[in-house]
Design a binder for this molecule. Structure first.
Ligand code: ATP
Ligand code: MG
Length: 159
C-alpha cells in the first residue's frame, strides 16, 4: 500500500503539535520536493514515527526544537530523521540504546515514564521493512534518529 510521505509526516506533526506548544518546543519540517509515495505498512511506520517523536518530546526541555526531515538518500532509499535539541545520550550508552528495556541512567528515566521499549520496537519494524535505523547524539546537545526504507517496498518481510 503506497503511502504519501508528505501527508504521513504532516499527520505525525499534527498529532504532536499540542504537546509541543504546551512545552514551548518549536517544530520544523523539511520534505524533499517530489518525494512521492512509499510502499509500507503505514500503521507500523506511523508507530515508528510516534516512538521517535515521543522520545524527542520527552527528552527535550522547554525552549528546544524538534525537526523532521525526509529525503531520498544516495542509494535511493527514503530517509526520515527526527532531530531534537534535547539532553542527548552519553557515548557509552549509544551501543545499547536499541536493546529492549535499555534506558540511559535509571534515575533520569524513572520520572520520565515509559518502559524502554520504544526504540527496540522501532528497530524491529524498520528491519521488517528492509530498512535500517541509527541514532547520533551529542550528550547535552541533542539527538538525531534516522531510519531508511526501500521506496518500492522490496525487502519487506511477508506480513
Ligand atoms: P518507552 O519508549 O517505552 O516509553 P523509553 O522512551 O525510555 O520508553 P526508548 O524509546 O526505547 O525507551 O529509548 C531508550 C532510552 O534511550 C531512553 O530511556 C532514553 O534514555 C534514551 N533516548 C531515546 N531517545 C532519546 C532522545 N531523543 N534524547 C535523549 N535520550 C533518548
Ligand atoms: Mg521512547
Amino acid at each position: 500500500q503506497p503511502a504519501d510521505v508528505m501527508e504521513m509526516l504532516d499527520e505525525v506533526a499534527d498529532r504532536f503539535s499540542f504537546q509541543m506548544k504546551q512545552k514551548h518546543i518549536r517544530s520544523g519540517m523539511f520534505v524533499e520536493q517530489g518525494i512521492g509515495k512509499v510502499v509500507i505498512d503505514r500503521d507500523q511506520i506511523e508507530q515508528v514515527l510516534d516512538n521517535l517523536m515521543s522520545n524527542a518530546l520527552k527528552y527535550t526541555p522547554e525552549g528546544g526544537s524538534i525537526r523532521i526531515e525526509a529525503r531520498r538518500n544516495s542509494e535511493g532509499m527514503l530517509s526520515i530523521s527526527v532531530q531534537d535539541t534535547g539532553i542527548g545520550i552519553p557515548k557509552k550508552d549509544l551501543d545499547r540504546i536499541f536493546e529492549r528495556f535499555y534506558r540511559v541512567d535509571k534515575a533520569r528515566s524513572r520520572n520520565m515514564g515509559g518502559t524502554g521499549l520504544g526504540l527496540s520496537i522501532a528497530r524491529e519494524i524498520v528491519k521488517a521493512h528492509g530498512g535500517q535505523i541509527f541514532l547520533e547524539s551529542e550528550y547535552g546537545q541533542g539527538t538525531c534518529t534516522t531510519f531508511t526504507l526501500p521506496m518500492s517496498g522490496e525487502g519487506r518481510e511477508a506480513q
